[in-house]
Design a protein around this ligand. Structure first.
Ligand SMILES: NC(=O)c1ccc[n+]([C@@H]2O[C@H](COP(=O)([O-])OP(=O)(O)OC[C@H]3O[C@@H](n4cnc5c(N)ncnc54)[C@H](OP(=O)(O)O)[C@@H]3O)[C@@H](O)[C@H]2O)c1
Length: 262
């Protein structure tokens, strides 16, 4: 992909799935990519693919739960036009109560972990000159269409995604005046290692490459909420409008998402 107005891009969770696809889709001559994750071998594999496409790539082994390390990562960049806070974990109930350790792990990674990179990014963008698109910078957080539903089979995951989606969209309202935009990315099901173990139907499943294309196109179009595929978004908005008791009964008719993040 070419033609995006941002040259300096940082992506968390770039070692797998959507993050890897976002990195590859952003790679081009003239682009500088800051790629972060915890798995060195998989991160290097993404970096090699991006370098092959002509990008300059810096890799950092980073746990997004480490606030000081995230702040140092952002501070070490020459410039930052676009941060994509993509790193995340999922976990279900397995049909029973969600374990406490999983609830904490999901919130630590998907909410605090997103803020750990997004807040330093916003601070440094506010202090830098506008770029080619007239903006000082953009922060995109990867939420989910699941965030529009209080999902009985994935309580912490659905709540964590709702939190960052609301935060990004609300913050965009005030940061626009500073020349900074925020985007809430709300994908439906994507074929990645995260969804591979799922035993329930995943309607409107798309590839990571398609999800990355739609994500970057939505950001470039300036959309505050980038939700796709359209039919998945509508389905989850409808599910979210159901009475919670009805939703709980309906969710018992399909296999629950497994416990995985504890
Ligand atoms: N797949 C879907 O259907 C779907 C739908 C909607 C939204 N999403 C969201 O999309 C994002 C990417 O998910 P995916 O499907 O691509 O899953 P994935 O293949 O499991 O990738 C998750 C990425 O997050 C990184 N990560 C996890 N915990 C981390 C931590 N503590 N510190 C740093 N990096 C961490 C992983 O890297 P390391 O293990 O190397 O650290 C990996 O690169 C997530 O936020 C997910 O919730 C996914």
């Amino acid at each position: 992909m070419t033609g995006f107005p941002w040259a300096h891009v940082a992506i968390t969770g770039a070692s797998s799935g959507l993050g890897r696809a976002l990195a590859v889709a952003s790679a081009r001559p003239g682009a500088t990519l800051h790629l972060a994750a915890r798995d060195a071998a998989r991160l290097e594999e993404t970096a090699a693919a991006c370098r092959a496409a002509g990008a300059t790539v810096a890799t950092t082994l980073l746990d997004v739960r480490d606030a000081a390390a995230c702040a140092a990562w952002v501070a070490g960049m020459e410039r930052l036009d676009l941060l994509i806070a993509n790193a995340g974990i999922s976990g279900g109930t397995g049909g029973a109560a969600e374990p406490e350790a999983q609830v904490r792990a999901v919130f630590d990674t998907n909410v605090t972990g997103v803020l750990n990179t997004a807040l330093p990014a916003l601070a440094r963008m506010a202090a830098q000159a506008p770029g080619a698109d007239g903006l000082r910078g953009r922060v995109a957080v990867v939420a989910s269409v699941v965030g529009f539903v209080a999902a009985p089979s994935a309580p912490a995951y659905s709540a964590s995604k709702a939190a960052i989606q609301r935060w990004a969209e609300a913050t965009d309202g005030t940061r626009r005046a500073q020349g900074i935009r925020l985007h809430a990315i709300c994908p439906g099901f994507i074929r990645t290692p995260m969804t591979a173990p799922n035993r329930f139907p995943m309607p409107f499943l798309i590839s990571p490459e398609e999800a990355a294309r739609r994500t970057l196109a939505g950001i470039a179009a300036g959309r505050r909420r980038v939700a796709f595929p359209r039919r998945a978004y509508l389905l989850f908005r409808l599910l979210g409008a159901l009475p919670q008791g009805l939703l709980a009964r309906a969710s018992r008719t399909v296999p629950a998402k497994d416990i995985s993040a504890a």
